[in-house]
Design a protein around this ligand. Structure first.
Ligand SMILES: Nc1nc2c(ncn2[C@@H]2O[C@H](COP(=O)(O)OP(=O)(O)OP(=O)(O)O)[C@@H](O)[C@H]2O)c(=O)[nH]1
Ligand SMILES: [Mg+2]
Length: 158
């Protein structure tokens, strides 16, 4: 098993970049037939270092996607429930302070709300991304961005 020295975590891009670089190096060392995977890992690391790394959480309705992301976020920001909930693409990314930005179809402007508590932000979000708050997406939401000050999320790149 390969271990990464703690000092390499200090490299630009942090822990995930160091892990991806190490994985690319290790994969190419296995043999020429794995060089393709090594290149893919290097591309991934490059995109991550540029803030272009997206992790999609996909799954059937009601299979705990939002619950998992709330656990990672460390707060119940995303609505969770027993009826199908998430009706619009929701992006979570790093921000200096908690914020929700709602982008509408065919409109570059975004509505923005900070809210005083997680409960308030959760309720605001539910008004746009749930079938109950925004049935059939009649508000014309293109996407919602949730910014959280937790270091596990990639930095905002634009
Ligand atoms: N027993 C059990 N229930 C869970 C688990 N994870 C989530 N749930 C419950 O499953 C239900 C659906 O969870 P959600 O996180 O809203 O699922 P989702 O995949 O985001 O749902 P949609 O956005 O509607 O597709 C909720 O009532 C959760 O409390 C789990 O690990 N075990
Ligand atoms: Mg959900």
């Amino acid at each position: 098993m390969t271990r990464i020295a703690p000092s390499s975590f200090q490299n630009e891009g942090g822990l995930l970049s160091a892990l991806l670089r190490k994985a690319a190096e290790t994969t190419s060392d296995i043999g020429p037939q794995f060089v393709h995977y090594s290149q893919k890992l290097n591309e991934l690391e490059f995109r991550y270092s540029e803030g272009r790394f997206h992790l999609a959480v996909l799954g059937q309705f009601k299979h705990g996607k939002s619950t998992l992301l709330n656990a990672l976020a460390g707060e119940p920001i995303l609505p969770v429930g027993v009826v199908p909930l998430t009706a619009a693409p929701t992006f979570i990314r790093f921000g200096e302070s908690p914020k929700i930005k709602v982008q509408y179809q065919g409109n570059c402007e975004a509505d923005e709300v900070a809210g005083h508590s997680v409960k308030e932000r959760n309720a605001y979000l539910a008004g746009f991304v749930t079938e109950a708050g925004n049935p059939q997406n009649r508000l014309g939401v293109a996407e919602v961005q949730v910014e959280l000050p937790s270091p596990i999320w990639p930095a905002v790149s634009c």
